[in-house]
Design a protein around this ligand. Structure first.
Ligand code: 9MR
Length: 398
């Protein structure tokens, strides 16, 4: 900046300097000194710590990169979120304070899942989920509801009943309908985005062989969206899945599925790309990832990153940390490049509470989050801030 300012001032005054060629040497020197003083004054202004963005006329470029993720995201109308572990929220003050400070949206990691919400038939327990919704309200955060319909974390009364035949297909349909009406109805008006259907597609692009598909047929997905919409007409309804951010059979099926739901007039508004990345698989580049997001937004839907983490084979080291920072960067960049990318949620933000080490043990994996176990920022956190600070838009997302 200093060089360009100097160049601008000197260039602007060169004709004038040549114009005084015939004047006396003293005159020339006086003018030259005046130009020099002017340049020095301008340079000084640029260097003064008190110089405001308005004075500089450079707007956002003066934004300090040390703001919170939520503040930096707000500049782009982009919500930055985290999954929340309710036990940690209750017991760990630092965990709680950092969530309030850094994030503008929260997702319950587990407490809105069926086994927690309806532990016995027709009897609902919203207490833990209510606590999170209240926490979000107190902190000016929006809530991603996760999830109304999945094949995991179902209560045993349901899975056993289907397995032993005591729950017939007709009964199962009613149970599903009632569950969606009860849960989406309870939180009506309090949920920004609902993950209505979670992970219904296999990696090979076929539909996952769950009790829902087996007993209710493929129409169960459209039904779930219609019921959720009736129960909470203002919530944005999402289909959510992993590995659909990469092209391939699963991605193609997901695009075809949401296109067909839209064509049938089913109330679906967005696609959640989970974003569980692993360093050992290599990382795509941001333009490729952005192009893949666009396949979904081209269908007329919004998108969101819903469960981002970047795991690695342990132990962590300086090279892996840097590669991980690149992983978080490309995810943020792909979102910023698409005006229909509404939010970027990480699946936990500290390695202190992460699902990864418990799930990936051979070889041991982990260290997947933005902060380490002691809440120290990793390069990934600073990379996210930098990407959010440098980007210039879009400033309105829908
Ligand atoms: O992070 C969640 C973990 O605590 C649970 O034990 C696990 C049970 O299946 O679910 C994890 O969250 C999953 C999310 O709900 C859906 N996408 C994959 C996530 C990681 O497994």
């Amino acid at each position: 900046m200093r060089i360009s300012v100097t160049r601008r001032i000197l260039t602007g005054n060169l004709p004038e300097l040549f114009g005084v060629y015939r004047e006396g040497i003293r005159m020339k020197m006086r003018r030259f000194a005046a130009v020099g003083a002017m340049a020095a004054a301008v340079l000084l202004t640029f260097q003064l710590p008190g110089a405001s963005a308005g004075q500089l006329g450079r707007g956002d470029q003066a934004q300090p990169v040390d703001q919170s993720l939520r503040a930096l995201g707000n500049r782009h109308d982009l919500r930055i979120g985290t999954a929340v572990d309710m036990a940690a929220l209750a017991s760990d003050t630092t965990y709680r304070e950092r969530i309030a400070k850094e994030f503008s949206t929260v997702t319950p990691e587990n407490v809105m899942k069926w086994e927690t919400i309806e532990p016995s038939p027709g009897s609902f327990d919203f207490s833990a989920a209510d606590q999170l919704v209240n926490f979000a309200r107190q902190n000016g955060q929006q809530v991603r509801g996760h999830t109304l319909l999945w094949h995991n974390q179902l209560p045993t009364w349901l899975t056993d009943g289907v397995a032993n035949g005591s729950i017939t297909a007709d009964r199962l349909r009613t149970i599903l309908r009632d569950h969606i009406f009860a849960e989406a109805g309870h939180f009506r008006g309090k949920i920004w985005q609902w993950d209505v259907v979670n992970e219904a597609i296999n990696d090979d692009g076929t539909m996952r062989d769950t009790i829902w598909l087996q007993k209710l047929g493929p129409g169960y997905i459209a039904d779930a969206f219609r019921w959720a919409h009736q129960a909470d007409p203002h919530a944005l309804l999402f289909y959510n899945d992993y590995n659909i951010e990469f092209t391939g059979a699963k991605h193609d099926t997901a695009v075809a599925l949401v296109k067909s739901l839209k064509a049938q007039g089913v109330p679906i508004h967005g696609v959640g790309l989970q974003g569980h990345l692993g360093l050992q698989y290599g990382l795509p580049d941001a333009p490729t990832l952005a192009a893949n997001l666009k396949h979904f937004t081209d269908t007329g839907l919004a998108v969101a990153w819903t469960e981002v983490d970047v795991r690695m084979p342990l132990p962590n080291d300086v090279y892996k940390s840097q590669a991980q920072a690149q992983g978080y960067s490309i995810v943020a960049q792909a979102c910023l490049l698409n005006p229909r990318c509404l939010s970027l949620t990480v699946w936990g933000y500290t390695d202190k509470y992460s699902w990864i080490p418990g799930w990936f043990t051979d070889p041991p994996q982990g260290a997947a989050n933005l902060l380490d176990e002691n809440y120290q920022a990793k390069p990934a956190y600073q990379a996210m801030r930098t990407v959010l600070a440098l980007s210039t838009g879009p400033h309105k997302r829908s």
